[in-house]
Design a protein around this ligand. Structure first.
Ligand SMILES: [Cu+2]
Length: 119
């Protein structure tokens, strides 16, 4: 009985942990060959934590790497297979223009990149 209670507490803590890891909002976008869609109206708010959720609608794998206003790579969604969904939580701490790009094969050369603002 005590073991069951301990398991219940551990499970409750685990669930709470998941909720603490929440984000202010989920930002959907899509990728295809060789561009992104869905971020045209997105503007971030300084200090918010968002989860980018990219659906890859192209036949090639794509990634979504975010670079902050100072040119530092923040990380992002790694190579995501066709029809798959990739997710990445990022904290938008600085105001300014953020750049995102795909570094798979020659996609960046094909101009697979864009920007969004955080204010
Ligand atoms: Cu790509």
């Amino acid at each position: 009985m005590k073991v069951a209670a301990a398991v219940a507490v551990a499970l409750a803590l685990a669930l709470t942990g998941c909720m603490d890891d929440g984000v202010d909002r989920t930002v959907p976008l899509e990728s295809h060959d060789y561009a992104y869609g869905g971020l045209g109206t997105f503007t971030g708010v300084v200090g918010e934590k968002v989860e980018f959720e990219m659906t890859n609608n192209g036949p090639a794998p794509h990634e979504f790497v975010v670079i902050d206003p100072e040119g530092m790579t923040m990380g992002g969604i790694g190579p995501t297979a066709p029809q798959a969904v990739g997710r990445k939580k990022l904290s938008l701490k600085k105001p300014g223009t953020y750049t995102f790009a795909c570094f798979v094969d020659d996609h960046l050369w094909r101009d697979m990149k864009g920007t969004f603002e955080v204010r």
